[in-house]
Write a protein of this length. Structure first.
Length: 252
């Protein structure tokens, strides 16, 4: 893939994506003919009520589930056609995930949690401890690197998960309900921090949330209902002035 082609095409191009789950005789349509594109460096939120297909969509883009129909073009390649082995490589090379429940290993410190992911994903293992330290500093945990998850608050644990996700330098960050376990203010700080770092590092972000108060951090909001897109709106309130305000919020 040439750099030119990567620069010209959207990073994510979803076309006529459908996912049906079979439960015995029953077929559940979780996604119904969904199409949209995401440009490089864009921060797109997926919103909608419980059961509307948000996680299904993230899982399909994340290559951890196969679609029933449609195209999932990521940087010019249709991953819907990938074998499981190709999907594993794709996840390793292109993606990072942040989940609601942090998914940290409880017997490893913050630093070791980040280092372990780097050991599993980076080909060159030379600067792993330096990269881990840099990213934990970036999320404001420079003094807590040697703490275990149980010694950290929910917000701090999610910061470790963000550091771990970004340390492997993914093209796309997939985030599913990152504030589900957090109070409003902490959740707000976490999403504001994701935005700040994603913009600095020019990462493309797909973030699922049902919290309307967080919409201000999105470049664009795609709304799902019963597996269909019912709205796809650019955040017109966001201006370059807001970017400064949003960045400041991350430092609180
Ligand atoms: N593995 C599965 N097997 C069967 N049905 C599923 C599965 N995963 C999700 N669903 C169904 O698909 C629909 C969409 O679910 P989901 O994507 O998890 O929604 P959301 O994340 O918006 O709450 C729901 O009706 C849900 O019950
Ligand atoms: Mg969900």
């Amino acid at each position: 893939m040439s750099n030119l082609k990567e620069a010209l095409n959207p990073v994510i191009r979803i076309e006529n994506l459908t996912k049906n789950y079979k439960l015995g005789e029953l077929s559940i349509c979780a996604l119904d003919n969904v199409s949209f594109s995401v440009d490089s460096g864009e921060m797109v939120f997926i919103m909608g009520p419980s059961g509307s297909g948000k996680t299904t969509l993230i899982n399909l883009v994340g290559g951890i589930d196969h679609p029933t129909n449609g195209t999932i073009e990521i940087i010019g390649e249709d991953i819907a056609k990938y074998t499981d082995k190709e999907l594993t490589l794709y996840r390793k090379k292109r993606l990072a995930f942040v989940f609601q429940f942090y998914s940290l290993i409880p017997t490893l410190t913050a630093r070791e949690n980040v280092e372990l992911t780097l050991e599993l994903t980076l080909r060159k293992r030379r600067n792993i401890s330096k990269i881990a330290e840099e990213h934990l500093t970036l999320v404001g945990l420079e003094d807590r690197m040697d703490n275990f998850p149980f010694q950290l608050s929910g917000g701090e644990r999610q910061r470790v998960a963000i550091a771990r996700a970004l340390a492997k330098s993914p093209d796309i960050l997939l985030v599913d309900e990152p504030t589900g376990q957090l109070d409003q203010k902490t959740g707000d700080n976490v999403v504001s921090l994701i935005r700040k770092i994603a913009k600095e590092k020019k990462k493309t972000v797909l973030l699922v949330t049902h919290d309307h108060e967080l919409e201000c951090y999105a470049d664009r909001v795609i709304r799902l209902r019963s597996g269909q897109i019912v709205a796809d709106d650019t955040n017109s309130l966001l201006s370059s002035t807001d970017e400064g305000t949003l960045s400041n919020a991350a430092n609180i």
